[in-house]
Design a protein. Structure first.
Length: 187
């Protein structure tokens, strides 16, 4: 039995005692398995890369389309921004034309027509948030809304409005034109 054990060896000894061909075959199988795993991983990564590239291109196209639509909307808004304002001024124009078409109008009729037309114009401006800046005498001078034309001696506090030479206007709380005023000089 001793000879048989030495000739056949133990199973543990058989694993370690491979022939060079067997070792080479085992290494080739291991290398083939590793190559197959790497090939599979490469295929998965390529598929994921293609998917991400597609998602990127779609997102880029969507962003470009959104930018283009926004640009078109801004262009339309700019083009037609005054449409509503112009529509509200048309009745004022009609009133002026109607008043001028009367050849033999009396002074009272002209005044009455002018006052009605002025009310229409003021109404149109108010509807579009155009508000007059007309400070009262004695009101503190505000350089953001008033433009001082001159400083005059007056019996009131210095740096207060003495008189309004021309009304100013705000549009949506932004100064469209400052009011032209004279201001009380320091004493």
């Amino acid at each position: 039995m001793t000879q048989q054990n030495t000739a056949e060896g133990t199973p543990a000894q058989n694993d370690h005692a491979q022939s060079p061909e067997e070792a080479l075959a085992a290494a080739a199988v291991a290398e083939a398995d590793a190559l197959a795993a790497l090939t599979n991983e490469l295929a998965e990564l390529k598929a994921k890369n293609a998917d991400l590239a597609d998602q990127y291109l779609r997102a880029k196209a969507e962003a470009e389309n959104a930018r283009r639509r926004a640009d078109e909307e801004i262009a339309k808004t700019r083009k037609f921004a005054v449409e509503s304002f112009a529509e509200s001024l048309l009745p004022v124009l009609d009133s002026f034309e109607a008043g001028l078409s009367i050849q033999e109008a009396s002074l009272a009729q002209i005044r009455e027509g002018s006052e009605a037309t002025l009310k229409q114009l003021q109404s149109a401006l108010t509807r579009h948030k155009v508000i007059a800046i007309a400070p009262a005498a004695g009101e503190k001078f505000d350089p953001h809304q008033h433009q001082a034309i001159s400083m005059v001696p007056a019996d009131q506090e210095p740096n207060t409005v003495v008189a309004v030479l021309q009304k100013g206007y705000l549009i949506a709380e932004r100064v469209l034109r400052p009011a032209l005023v004279t201001v009380a000089a320091p004493k």
